[in-house]
Ligand binder design. Structure first.
Ligand code: UD2
Length: 322
């Protein structure tokens, strides 16, 4: 797609995925309007974007419909990335998770419809599948989420489809599988790779919740961004599409690989109690993504981790091998 004449709005623009998407769309020549309440996002992530004249930022909350209606003017595409993102936090505060994720999506959809946005591309999650035993996960399989987070994401996907069917709004939900990479925060509620990278930098042992056999289809941010651009380019609408690396890895293998890449095999892997709400295995069948939007991931975990670590060393001037 020629993004040159497009006006694109990104919710959660100051977050991990939103800010990477912002930078890529600006590079493609789009005009980008970023919104974020800065609850978990940070303006530091938008340093590069702020240098671009085609970027504008508004601080505000997706739960505030009037704020959205004010900003959603002459927008072609909305990328809805703002979210309550943590599975364990959703177990602690299900109401907040529902408020931000479900009520937030409804507001974004209502604003998009009223302001004649052409397409809404939504950041959904593989958490919607829950613990069903069949692998890899296909979009048409049963979904039985086991965390409030997964329930909320499933409801949001259903709203995306309903707004397409009832109001003709073009919507696509991309079911992300464990995204990792530059700008993911190292906080207890962040993804495991960012947490372990923080441990490695501080020369701390890595903690695995459970027996280490849990597996995930960790997907590198650059592939996720590519999928988002493709979702804008192709005509698919009213669809739900898995976006994963298509190559699962167990937590023990992941921890071992990370320590190997940074040559810190002296650090230990410690096994601790399983975490409530965790699903056991998650692995994407990505054939629908190939069919509908021609998505092909370019990064397996090793390549993604190496690229991420290189970015981190340059950004913070740290030698990870020390
Ligand atoms: C991730 C996403 C979530 C959703 C989901 C879909 C994040 C923060 N969350 O949740 O938004 O899309 O994927 O499945 O990216 N673990 C450890 N040690 C640690 C931290 C975590 O063993 O120090 C385990 C954790 O118990 C889980 C696995 O690592 O078994 C992955 O955890 P996560 O929080 O990175 O991701 P997940 O799958 O809960």
């Amino acid at each position: 797609m020629n993004f040159n004449k497009k006006r694109i709005l990104i919710t959660g623009a100051a977050g991990f995925i939103g800010s990477n998407l912002t930078d890529s769309l600006l590079e493609e020549g789009a005009e980008v309007i970023g919104i974020d309440n800065l609850f978990s996002g940070s303006l530091e992530n938008l340093e590069r974007a702020f240098k671009n004249k085609k970027f504008e930022f508004h601080k505000g909350d997706i739960r505030d419909l009037n704020f959205l209606l004010d900003i959603f003017k002459d927008i072609d595409i909305v990328y809805h990335q703002a979210a309550f993102t943590s599975v364990p936090q959703s177990v602690k505060m299900p109401e907040n998770c529902n408020d931000v994720n479900v009520n937030g999506v409804l507001n974004v959809l209502n604003a998009a419809r009223r302001m004649n946005v052409d397409k809404v591309i939504y950041a959904s999650s593989s958490a919607v599948y829950g613990d069903t035993p069949t692998l890899p996960k296909r979009e048409d399989m049963r979904r039985i989420p086991i965390s409030p987070y997964g329930v909320a994401k499933l409801a949001c996907e259903a709203y995306m489809q309903a707004y397409h069917h009832v109001y003709g709004l073009k919507t696509i939900s991309l079911r992300y599988f464990n995204v990792f990479g530059p700008r993911q925060r190292d906080s207890p509620y962040s993804g495991v790779i960012a947490i372990w990278l923080g441990n490695i930098i501080r020369n701390e042992d890595l903690i695995i919740f459970g027996d280490g056999k849990i597996s995930r289809d960790f997907t590198y941010i650059k592939d996720v961004i590519q999928a988002n651009l493709l979702a804008a380019e192709h005509n698919a609408a009213g669809e739900i599409i898995n976006i994963g690396a298509g190559s699962p890895i167990t937590l023990t293998d992941l921890a071992t690989l990370m320590l190997k890449i940074v040559k810190k095999e002296n650090l230990k892997i410690i096994y601790s109690d399983p975490r409530p709400g965790d699903i056991l295995h998650s692995y994407a069948d990505i054939s629908k993504a190939l069919d509908l939007i021609h998505f092909k991931p370019e990064y397996d975990q090793e390549r993604g981790l190496s690229d991420y670590f290189k970015w981190y060393s340059n950004r913070y001037n740290i030698d990870l091998k020390k």
